[in-house]
Design a protein around this ligand. Structure first.
Ligand code: NAP
Length: 260
């Protein structure tokens, strides 16, 4: 059996103790399957990877150790199952299934349905960072069935926030977008996503002094603190306002948005 190097979770715990790079069997492709074997060029890290490794989600995802690590990847197709539409040499990016993680490895085996051809305009590193945050942002915005006058997406240069902020107008038809970022990110955000209507520097200005209470149709919570953002939502139920909590409640409170 061929082997490969991979980042492996050996137990739940602090990342420096629970994760180790080791030799592990290289996955093999059943060529009659709908799977694809990818030689990984880049793998991106999400907060979820750390939460899983620390055991914070062990009620949802119970690990059998040693376990693979990571969801997001990009790379080159080594071998492809019959009728998958992929061919050896294709440059791809995608997401490992939640039940079979392991993008942080030399090779990854995943269903063809979790892969797409990498755009020529993006590097392997850039495209590896698109999958999980992109799907998260798409799912969050698709959840909203109400009015689309204003979307407030704090953390507009974060992984999920940057995706949602770009999709809100162009893919989902919101008329106006608002974000809040820390001071160093204000200029970068205005350069990278220039059509955002209001950019609040939350380190200097309380967003509540700029965004009227009850004026927003959609809020994407970036911190697992949905109660801190609820005041911005419209109270008119006929407009079906939506708050999407990004995470399990973390008990953290954004300093700029204290509880009343
Ligand atoms: N990554 C995923 O695909 C994914 C999937 C599901 C759920 N989630 C959850 O979604 C949340 C964000 O994940 P992420 O991967 O996007 O993390 P991230 O890249 O670290 O982004 C979080 C952003 O929040 C911003 N932020 C911090 N305090 C803030 C405040 N008081 N007001 C406004 N913005 C603030 C930070 O911006 P500044 O540096 O400017 O402060 C940072 O850019 C996490 O709770 C995560 O667990 C993520």
């Amino acid at each position: 059996m061929e082997s490969m190097r991979a980042l492996i979770l050996t137990k739940y715990g602090k990342l420096e103790e629970a994760l180790t790079v080791m030799s592990t069997p290289k996955p093999t492709l059943d060529e009659s399957s709908a799977n694809v074997l990818v030689r990984v060029k880049a793998a991106a890290i999400n907060p979820l990877d750390a939460k899983i490794a620390e055991g914070a989600l062990n009620i949802l995802f119970s690990e059998k150790f040693p376990a693979g690590v990571g969801l997001d990847l990009s790379g080159i197709v080594e071998k492809a199952g019959k009728d998958t539409g992929f061919n050896p040499g294709d440059e791809v990016f995608g997401i490992m299934p939640m039940t079979a993680r392991g993008s942080m490895a030399e090779y990854a085996l995943l269903p063809a349905s979790m892969l797409a051809i990498k755009p020529h305009t993006l590097s392997f590193a850039e495209s590896s960072a698109l999958g999980v945050v992109g799907v998260t942002a798409l799912q969050a915005l698709a959840h909203h069935k109400g009015a689309k006058e204003v979307a407030f997406i704090p953390g507009g240069l974060g992984g999920v926030g940057s995706m949602a902020l770009q999709l809100a107008k162009h893919q989902f038809g919101f008329a106006r977008t608002i974000t809040s970022v820390s001071t160093a990110k204000v200029a970068i955000l205005k350069e990278k996503i220039p059509d955002v209507d209001i950019v609040v520097d939350y380190k200097k200005v309380d967003p509540a002094t700029v965004i009227p209470a009850g004026s927003v149709d959609f809020v994407l919570d970036p911190l697992g603190t949905p109660y801190a953002w609820a005041k911005y939502l419209r109270t008119d139920a006929t407009k079906k306002p939506t708050m999407v909590p990004s995470s399990l409640p973390s008990h953290r409170r954004p300093s700029s948005a204290p509880l009343a």
